[in-house]
Design a protein around this ligand. Sequence first.
Ligand code: NI
Length: 176
Amino acid sequence: MTTDAPALLPILYVPDPRLRAKAKPVEPNDPRIPALAERMLATMYKAPGIGLAAPQVGELLRLVVVDVHPEEKPVPMVLVNPEIVAASTELATREEGCLSLPNQFAEVTRPARVKVRWTDLTGARKEVEADGLLAACLQHEIDHLNGVLFVDHISALKRNMLLRKLAKELKAKARD
Ligand code: NI
């Protein structure tokens, strides 16, 4: 690590109430965003994870970072005010996890393809039609901006089981 590597940010865990808040839109030219995005990317790669939303580091702003190729050449995406503008009726199920629910995984069903629009760090409007892992990841991260977690998409029975397991593991970790 070089001396000018961006400082990592602490990731909030469930049940931190900030993970349930609705994030505010980022104002155009907000001077905090480039440095925050850089620190979020560094935090995501270190975790390691494939996506991180600003509320997960306690910033209630509509900002997301994603890289679904972390094992290969990095392809970082920074999405300011991302929005799902279209979703397929066809669904897809894949296993999801979340840095705010460490070591917890569940099969989540979502639209298989989504069209997402956002602004990049230069203020340019961007759009992607995503499928596969990127589609699931973008939906998962945009959910975070609305206080929604992947466990909200599974049955109450599975959710309660997973949340109890998480609480137990985090308590054990705090004791270590
Ligand atoms: Ni997550």
